[in-house]
Design a binder for this molecule. Structure first.
Ligand code: AHG
Ligand code: MN
Ligand code: MN
Ligand code: MN
Length: 327
């Protein structure tokens, strides 16, 4: 497998992809190119985030997205950067974005892949300099090559993802992804302009003592979640919640812990979106030995009905997810 490859920490993303490529001779390089295109978008967005206070990308854009959220300027900037990078890269025929009501056709009808993405996650943190992220989910298209992509390309279900990952614009900028065989993390070296392998074959600890939930919504949680939160307190867990799913998820994956976004009065089906937040992070969680549930079963087994549908999300260390789900 890719993990057995003697790939020393310190190699660039490009060389890692090439090594992985050699482990899958049938792969013809398109997925590798797609991953490079995503990394390129991440580098460009990273540069804009690092200058947010200096260039005019902070604050609201004065527009609302299909979610009913006030779009931040950086939501739009990140959305445009990803669409442009994937369009120019040529491997993606269509994109589903949190910031677009319908799928975006890139004009690459010969492209074998589609991407569902949250171009900027944790938008409420942009102006206050707290970590934010981008999340992506990749499927091979099921509609005929050279024809237009359609809804069914995006509604294949979580287990049909061929790759998924995220970019975390944090104290360092990291790209974390899986093509199904282990999860690897790359840290961006500003001086080289390269993502360098820094976290090889990440494993989510089965246990943990960190819980991430917005306790401001406590009174509208389902009882089983209220009980679980009380249990975390009685077990002297640490509460860590930064309001950016990618940041909370990444910390819990490295240190062990659980992130919870239950159904609430405001969001009776949960707030997080299935196709470009829950599915991709559930893919990463499961490929690193963790778990992701909607309270009833694995997130990846939820049958998708619509582009922007929401789901409750309980994700992280396997034993903690089991604890909250079995109540
Ligand atoms: P986005 O910024 O992409 O809309 O996602 C925000 C999500 C997630 O990143 C975060 O954990 C959660 O919203 C925070 O929601 P609350 O403010 O309700 O806690
Ligand atoms: Mn949003
Ligand atoms: Mn998000
Ligand atoms: Mn977003």
């Amino acid at each position: 497998t890719v993990q057995d490859l003697v790939v020393p920490v310190g190699v660039t993303l490009d060389r890692f992809i090439m090594h992985s490529q050699s482990a899958f001779p049938y792969a013809t390089g398109e997925l590798s190119q797609l991953l490079r295109d995503i990394a390129l978008a991440g580098k460009i967005i990273n540069r804009e985030i690092n200058r947010a206070g200096l260039i005019d990308v902070a604050g609201g854009n004065g527009t609302e997205n299909v979610q009913g959220e006030d779009q931040q300027k950086l939501d739009i900037v990140a959305n445009v950067r990803f669409i442009r990078a994937l369009k120019n890269g040529g491997e993606v025929c269509a994109i589903l974005s949190e910031e677009e009501e319908d799928i975006i056709h890139t004009g690459n009808d010969h492209g074998k892949y589609v991407v569902a993405m949250d171009p900027l996650d944790g938008s409420s943190n942009i102006d206050v300099n707290v970590s934010i992220g981008s999340i992506f989910s990749i499927y091979r298209r099921v509609t005929p090559i050279n024809g237009p992509a359609s809804m069914e390309d995006f509604l294949q279900g979580g287990r049909k993802q061929v790759a998924a990952g995220y970019i975390l614009y944090g104290s360092s900028t990291m790209l974390v992804y899986s093509t199904g065989d282990g999860v690897n993390g790359f840290t961006f070296d500003q001086s080289l302009g390269e993502f360098i392998l820094s976290h090889k074959n990440i494993g989510t600890p089965a246990e943990g003592k960190i819980y991430s939930v917005n306790e401001g919504h406590y009174h509208s949680y389902p009882p089983f979640v209220q009980q679980y939160v009380a249990q975390c307190k009685s077990r002297n867990f640490s509460a860590r919640y930064i309001g950016s799913l990618v940041g909370d998820f990444h910390r819990n994956m490295l240190k062990g812990g659980i992130y919870l976004y239950p159904s609430t009065k405001k969001d009776p089906k949960g707030k997080l979106r299935l196709l470009y937040e829950c599915y991709p992070l559930a893919f990463i969680a499961e490929k690193s030995g963790g778990k992701a549930s909607d309270g009833f079963g694995s997130i990846l087994d939820i049958v998708p009905q619509s582009f922007h549908q929401r789901s409750p999300l309980y994700i992280g260390s396997a034993e903690l997810v089991d604890d909250v789900v079995k109540g």
